[in-house]
Design a protein around this ligand. Structure first.
Ligand code: ADP
Ligand code: MG
Length: 204
């Protein structure tokens, strides 16, 4: 299995109308500062050798001041060396919201499966997720959401629930139409008025 380069993975999900947060590889701190345009950004080290970036201190969130960005960039370059070859990516900072995970994999026994869970660190903590075989219908998407113990968190608002359904349906489409071993949108930061996919991992 091979890890798809982030830009290519983002293009792939975007082509199924799942939008990923604005991102760009940056070559130095100046480049990152100009990307920020005075707004908060996130810097990350991307490397095929570092699958859990935040655990290894490779994700710096909420950077705004030029000095902050410069220091974070320097630190990431230092840390990144252990995971060479690596690149540093800058992303817009997603505001607020709830982190969910949408995943997919091509299971040897069951074929293409889609997963929905409460995101980030909670997936492992609460083991709260729903799994279905692809393709899924809107009814399946609704029942996946209803199955979560944390459903109240993601459905306290009807608009959020609709968005989640759409995302599940689009992801199921993507999984059915492509030959991927694994896909992880973890997290998708979902709000009443929209969502941001901030981390994408595709294995093919
Ligand atoms: P990894 O899963 O490899 O540790 P992520 O890219 O998912 O790395 O980042 C870890 C966490 O940092 C996310 O779960 C999220 O809480 C936060 N994060 C990452 N990127 C952004 C972003 N663009 N905006 C807001 N928060 C982010
Ligand atoms: Mg992640």
């Amino acid at each position: 299995m091979e890890l798809m380069e982030y830009g290519a993975a983002a293009k792939l999900v975007n082509s199924y109308k799942i939008k990923s947060i604005e991102s760009r590889y940056v070559k130095d701190a100046k480049d990152a500062i100009s990307f920020s345009k005075g707004k908060k950004i996130v810097l990350k080290v991307l490397s095929g050798k570092a699958l859990h970036k935040s655990k290894m201190g490779l994700v710096k969130v909420g950077l705004k001041e030029p000095k902050e960005i410069e220091d974070a960039f320097k630190e990431l370059v230092k840390k990144g060396k252990k995971f060479a070859p690596y690149k540093i990516i800058a992303q817009k900072m997603a505001q607020g919201g709830i982190e969910i995970i949408i995943g997919g994999r091509n299971d040897a026994q069951f074929g293409k499966m889609i997963l929905l869970g409460l995101g980030g660190i909670y997936v492992e903590t609460f083991k709260d997720f729903a799994l279905r075989a692809c393709p899924i219908t809107r009814f399946d998407a609704q029942s996946m959401i209803a199955q979560l113990k944390s459903r109240k968190v993601v459905t306290y608002n009807g608009k959020m629930e609709r968005q989640l359904e759409e995302l599940l349906l689009k992801t199921s489409q993507l999984l059915v139409k492509t030959k991927l071993e694994e896909l992880d949108l973890n997290p998708v930061i979902i709000r009443e008025d929209g969502y941001d996919v901030v981390d994408i991992r595709v294995l093919r």
